[in-house]
Ligand binder design. Sequence first.
Ligand SMILES: [Mg+2]
Ligand SMILES: [Zn+2]
Length: 272
Amino acid sequence: IHCHGEQEPRRSRRSEIMASHSASISSDKRFLIFFDFDETIVDETSDDMVVQAAPGQYLPDWLKDTYQPGRYNEYMQRVLAYLSEQGVTESDIRGVMEKMPATPGMLALFQFLRNRPPQDFEVVLVSDANTFFVESWLRRNGVRQLFHRIFTNPATFNKDGRLVLKPFHSHDCARCPDNMCKQAVLRDYVVRRTQERGRPYQRVFYVGDGANDFCPALALGPRDVAFPRRDFPMHRLITETHEAMPGEFKAVTVPWVSAEEVVQRLRRLVAE
Ligand SMILES: [Mg+2]
Ligand SMILES: [Zn+2]
């Protein structure tokens, strides 16, 4: 039996946590690349996939009917409470997350980033999912160490075995959900790291799919590259903005169907 629900040995997990918290990201990296998670790294939405852990793999209508527009996170808390009442465990949820497929070409893109010289890419994940969903998948797929930082909603199991979510932060962006504006995350990160490094990055890249990936991409400059998944909301919003407000969206836009197309463009840019 392949027992992938087992916890990793404690020592390896602790050393990984220490590594990710250490201040020693080498300061000589040329490029900064941000990734969204749902429908960008994985070809699913983790909040939808978690339903597969429910008895019968569906949610009852009375629960689905409690959803109110703009109140997504409260709804998700009710879903997670329901799952724990139904006896769904941490390892059940982890198992569902671990099985999500990567988007086409994404593992090749990770391989490319991993094989570049260490001074090339600082890799950051910014997701409105949560720490448990994201880290379960990354660990299972052997790519956790690629990411220097992960910005997502904190999630922990309480003593009743229920996954409890907390908002990532608060912000004043009218475009984004209350718990996370990815532009605020990106701006804060770039400002802080630029101070620490004492110099700017050569280019910043952003790989995403959703409407909430459009907001951070608006903060990119003309040397930066937005990689929206083709025909997904981020791509549509960029196209609409180019039409309605020329000059407002500044980054070069490279839409992709397979992340191999991202690799091809990055290969050209790192060789410049
Ligand atoms: Mg997404
Ligand atoms: Zn925003």
